[in-house]
Design a protein around this ligand. Structure first.
Ligand SMILES: Cc1ncc(COP(=O)(O)O)c(C=O)c1O
Length: 400
């Protein structure tokens, strides 16, 4: 088969000067197979999507079945679409009781856009608070609340009235006043370098939001769907937001996102004016059918518990490596959302490149070139875990 790499570089808008550029033939389980006969163990799950692995047969079956019945039939919220209703009902049954309804989108950034609009309209307030080193997506509202200036600056003016507070700093929360419509945060920062906040911080944040009448939005786009060893990361802390946003692992490999809230808050969108937040493709029936099948796989295969156990094992092994004086500064995270912080960017580059040469895909986090992202599919076998760990150890000059 002739290489498509030149056409890829010519015709596909390039978003980085150094794309990985693997020419994918197929993907299955935790592995990508390329057209030149190689295979790669994907230890970043296509950036947090392939929680149940690639091309899961249960998802394929659901996609085929739904595609044979109907694809798009109407814009969001008019007709009764069984795959949407079934997935929403299932999600509501699994989420804490305050979440009564779901609004489906196509992506994470759209989920955050919807959540921010919902909070502004519900509270009638204009200001928003987010945190330094957060990431919430690349459409203009989500970009406006993303906590890294270099990614906002070229696109300003963005949303007015957004303030950024230091993450995990209880004292900074005093800035939260009665003008604030919502505070948006990831319960565990992903692109900020896999940073797990103190439970006390999230508790205080909840308390301040309640005291000031602001809504709390948790962006669980990256942390959701069993990634951290709980179905949603909020469960680690016992703190429940007013709105939760999700995507990535939600569609079992198909494009799907959404946000959930109480009926009272969600009613905002159908009044004054009605149709104040609609979408043509959000909650596509095929994506929802895939999402439902993917969720069943997570539950039936015990992937929540497996992520917790495998995460503990991988973390322990990486901490063992950290004792070998090979440049590892810290290993942190929850479940299979792990950050390996090394002493400098050169070591990180050596690790990612060395693992790649050994057939294992790793990556950086967007806001930190010294934190290596370890986020493999949750269905990894023991052999695959060993293979990934050995590649990391060898690339860094360590051993088990
Ligand atoms: C926490 C978080 N929120 C939102 C997004 C944006 O999601 P999407 O790329 O589906 O728009 C991401 C993507 O990496 C993310 O990690």
């Amino acid at each position: 088969m002739p290489s498509k790499k030149t056409d890829f570089l010519n015709y596909i808008c390039q978003t980085s000067p150094h794309p990985m550029g693997l020419e994918i033939e197929r993907a299955e389980g935790a592995t990508l197979y390329t057209t030149d006969g190689k295979s790669f163990l994907d230890f970043i799950s296509g950036i947090g999507v392939a929680n149940i692995g690639f091309t899961h047969p249960a998802v394929l079956e659901a996609v085929k079945k739904q595609a044979e019945k109907y694809l798009h039939v109407m814009v969001y919220g008019e007709h009764v679409l069984e795959p949407q209703v079934a997935l929403a009902k299932k999600l509501v049954s699994l989420l804490p009781d305050v979440f009564e309804q779901v609004y489906f989108t196509n992506s994470g950034t759209e989920a955050n856009e919807g959540a921010l609009k919902l909070a502004k309209k519900y509270t009638g307030r204009k200001k928003l608070i987010s945190f330094e080193n957060s990431f919430h997506g690349d459409s203009q509202g989500s970009c406006a609340v993303t906590g890294r200036e270099m990614y906002r600056k070229p696109f300003e003016p963005l949303l007015p009235g957004v303030s950024f507070l230091p993450f995990n700093d209880v004292n900074a929360l005093d800035a939260l006043n009665e003008e604030v419509a919502a505070v948006i945060t990831e319960p565990i920062q992903g692109e900020g370098g896999m940073r797990v906040p103190d439970t006390a911080f999230l508790f205080k944040l909840r308390e301040r939001c309640d005291a000031r009448g602001a809504l709390l939005i948790f962006d669980e786009v990256q942390t959701g769907f069993a990634r951290t060893g709980k179905l949603f990361a909020m469960e680690h802390f016992g703190v429940t937001p007013d709105i939760v946003t999700m995507a990535k692992g939600m569609g079992g490999g198909m494009p799907l996102g959404g946000f959930a809230a109480s009926k009272k808050i969600m009613a905002t969108f159908s009044q004054n004016p009605p149709l104040s937040h609609v979408t043509t493709f959000g909650g596509h029936p095929v994506s929802c059918a895939a999402g439902r099948a993917g969720l069943e796989v997570i539950l039936k295969e015990g992937l929540v518990e497996k992520a917790e156990a495998d995460g503990q094992y991988i973390t322990k092994q990486l901490r063992h490596l950290a004792g070998q004086n090979i440049g590892i500064r810290e290993v942190r995270g929850k479940g299979l959302m792990i950050g390996l912080e090394v002493e400098n960017a050169d070591i990180a580059e050596r690790c990612v490149q060395g693992a790649f040469e050994r057939g294992v895909i790793l990556g950086w986090t967007l806001h930190s070139d010294t934190v290596i992202r370890i986020m493999p599919p949750l269905i990894l076998s023991k052999d695959e875990i060993g293979c990934g760990l050995n590649a990391i150890a060898e690339a860094l000059g360590g051993s088990f």
